[in-house]
Design a protein around this ligand. Structure first.
Ligand code: ZN
Length: 722
């Protein structure tokens, strides 16, 4: 390496133009082995966060980047040591080893004259190269024109570095049977918030659609439901339903052999499970299914249906499906738990529940279509000319939504809806917090309404105990309040005014309510609690709404957000926030046109001027400032949290479609993208998204999201030059 002082050449000559290690030598064999071994590593590896077909191995990315940034060896000893270092650095086990990583960072810095290097990967795809550059301490820039890649990159590189730090989060704990919200210090806010909201989404989804995945009476829990697509036998004297199955294995292990054995009863194909409670018949070969190369065999009459006819039946909508069996875990025999998976035949009850889910899907799909303005079930066309996907094989698959059965669609759109809801709530919490008078927070960017006046004499006595609260609560499951429902809510809020609290302001929005109120004394020195007040409002209005609208189910989410207001300024600001909410939400152009808003003392222009004071004049200066940076950062943080959660439905598209099949060799689900094609699949397994095995939501959250995020946030921070 040249001494930087030696010449006065250009920048590259000075610092960069030295022979690199990689130009002389590289432990190709060893790093290749590490790269190939990495394919089997699941825990914390970014490949589990989101599929990217051409993602480079981390081992080779890390090793080549390092070898390209350190100088060539000057002697044999150095040659040997550096090769050894590269081999060590490439190992997955060392990817978070502080000593090894810090040394590599130091080597690179020293080799380049102490100047921190910048690296740009203009087509970074799955993010391996920029991730490893970041790990090596380089100021890294990544880019791609595929938006999926961009999202992966943000979640891999940017958010963990920016937000994966110690801090405080609000958690709900129970003390003496009461739920209390507390700020708790945590090592990694981003990780904790993703976990918290990930679990919130799970609970909300469970409340709504958990009933469509019931456990068995004996306590065993379905892992999944095995289905067979069906066609009618074309023999005119038969016409039996042919369940299309490649083979009949359920478990095909050395020490465990279980299979579905078909038999014919009353001209219908039925099944029994052999190898579990019944012995496995010697003459039965489960390898031989009812369909091969799209040629189907009827087990009732023995005739075959050729591939062309099979395709035609699918295209004409004459194919159906039949639930054959259920895969279970947590089974028991008597008092003792059964290890591993067990199997049972599907029952009428199983099908009935599926049909209820199917019915509910139609309802929910309509509702979300109205709300979102698009079909929540993907209706984009598949390429029917491409034979590498099932759409190009002539089975009548046309749009992406065709790859899922009804309950799978329901699960997907419900999780997506909850994620969107979490994002809305997070944003609202930021708005609520930031419209305060704290100097570090910005305004919500609302436009104060000119007509808004308030009586000075109506302002509260702050010395009074009890406090004034700003409260927000939301509807459950995205339930939209009709005009009639809004009237009920409005009335029940006004009903308790001057009885349990003094109402300062409220607004009833289509899916949430804001309130400002001050609890009144219940008995001497004791005030009505917020919990009590919220219960009065929520339970009464929910009952009335359900009665009058003839509906069932919950109206409100259990939780509400409340905060104590500190002074006149904050109170006025919150009142302004409330009064502007319908206009901001695009519901009306002028607030006068909105029926479900109440502000104490607000009488438009009907009151003598001297009796009132303009709200705007009392607002602190910073409330009129444009959106402050802190607000922007918080909004970005909310986006980061839901971006990780957004990967869950994406993962579910892989793990819960009708292209997934049950693999008896491992007793595991083989996923949609197990191969780089989407071939036709005759028999498939539908996942129970609420179990705790396999590809359930909770396992995806834990294994695919939190473990990866935890790894990424442990990469030491990289200083960025200002
Ligand atoms: Zn037949």
């Amino acid at each position: 390496m040249k001494n930087p002082q030696e010449t006065k050449m250009n920048f590259f000559e000075n610092d960069m133009n030295f022979k690199r290690f990689i130009e002389v030598s590289f432990p190709v064999k060893e790093v290749s082995e590490e790269s190939s071994r990495e394919k089997n590593i699941r825990h914390g590896h970014i490949s589990t966060l989101h599929i990217w077909w051409a993602r480079r191995p981390l081992a080779s990315s890390r090793a080549t980047a390092y070898a390209a940034l350190i100088p060539a060896p000057e002697n044999n000893l150095e040659w040997d040591t550096k090769r050894q270092n590269i081999e060590n650095l490439a190992k997955w086990e060392n990817s978070l080893n502080r000593t090894i990583i810090e040394k590599a960072r130091k080597d690179i810095l020293e080799a380049n004259g102490g100047k921190p290097l910048k690296v740009l990967d203009p087509f970074s795809g799955g993010g391996s190269i920029p991730l490893e550059c970041l790990r090596l301490g380089l100021e890294t820039y990544a880019n791609d024109y595929n938006p999926v890649a961009v999202l992966i990159l943000k979640c891999t590189l940017e958010y963990p570095q920016k937000f994966g730090k110690p801090g405080e989060i609000e958690i709900e704990t129970e003390s003496f049977g009461k739920k209390v919200k507390e700020k708790t210090k945590v090592q990694n806010v981003l990780l904790e918030d993703v976990k918290k909201w990930g679990n919130w989404i799970l609970e909300e989804a469970k409340k709504e659609i958990g009933k469509f995945y019931p456990p068995d009476k004996d306590g065993s829990i379905p892992v999944g439901y095995i289905w067979a697509r069906t066609i009618p036998c074309q023999n005119p004297s038969c016409g039996a339903e042919i369940p299309l199955m490649r083979q009949f294995w359920l478990a095909k292990k050395d020490n465990k052999k279980v299979a579905l054995k078909p038999y014919v009863k009353d001209k219908k194909v039925e099944f029994e499970i052999v190898g579990q409670n019944k012995p496995f018949p010697k003459d039965f070969d489960p390898e031989k299914g009812t369909v091969r190369r799209a040629i189907a065999t009827c087990l009732v009459c023995g005739s075959t249906v050729d591939d062309k006819t099979v395709r035609k039946l699918f295209q004409e909508g004459k194919a159906g499906q039949r639930m054959i069996a259920v895969v279970l875990h947590h089974g028991r025999t008597g008092a003792s738990p059964v290890k591993g998976k067990t199997y049972r035949l599907a029952t009428e009850k199983d099908l009935e529940i599926f049909k209820e889910a199917e019915k509910y899907l139609e309802e929910k799909r309509e509702k979300l279509m109205d709300e979102w303005g698009i079909d929540p079930v993907p209706d984009e066309s598949m390429n029917t000319d491409d034979p590498t996907t099932v759409a190009g094989r002539g089975y009548g698959f046309k749009v992406w939504g065709d790859l899922f059965n009804s309950r799978q669609k329901l699960a997907l759109i419900t999780f997506v809806e909850k994620i969107r809801q979490a994002y809305r709530i997070l944003n609202e919490m930021i708005d609520t917090e930031n419209s305060g008078t704290k100097t570090d927070s910005g305004s919500t960017g609302f436009q104060p309404v000119k007509e808004f006046r308030i009586y000075k004499r109506n302002l509260p006595h702050w010395e009074q105990p009890g406090g004034i609260y700003f409260i927000t609560f939301r509807t459950a499951n995205g339930f939209t309040l009709s005009a009639e429902a809004k009237n009920i809510v409005f009335d029940s809020i006004k009903f308790h005014n001057n009885k349990k609290y003094e109402l300062y302001a409220c607004v009833i929005m289509p899916d949430h309510v804001h309130l400002i109120l001050q609890p009144l004394e219940k008995t001497k020195n004791a005030f009505y609690s917020i919990a009590e007040i919220m219960h009065s409002i929520k339970s009464y209005s929910a009952n009335q709404i359900n009665i009058q609208l003839g509906r069932k189910g919950s109206v409100w989410l259990d939780e509400s957000f409340d905060r104590i207001l500190r002074d006149d300024n904050e109170l006025l600001e919150k009142m302004n926030y409330i009064v502007n909410n319908p206009v901001k939400g695009g519901l009306v152009e002028k607030i006068e046109d909105y029926k479900w808003v109440y502000v104490m003392g607000w009488v438009n222009d009907e009151v003598e001027p001297q009796a009132m004071m303009p709200a705007q004049a009392m607002m602190p200066a910073q409330a009129r400032m444009p959106v402050a940076p802190i607000n922007k950062i918080k909004k970005e943080y909310a986006k980061a949290v839901v971006s990780y959660l957004g990967f869950i439905p994406s993962r579910m598209a892989d793990t819960n479609s009708t292209l997934c099949h049950w693999d008896g060799t491992w007793e595991k689900i083989s996923t949609t993208f197990a191969r780089q094609a989407l071939p036709m699949n005759w028999d498939y397994i539908e996942t129970n998204v609420f179990s705790d095995k396999g590809y359930s939501y909770s396992n995806i959250l834990e294994n695919n999201i939190l473990n990866v995020l935890s790894h990424l946030t442990q990469i030491p921070p990289v200083e960025v030059e200002e």
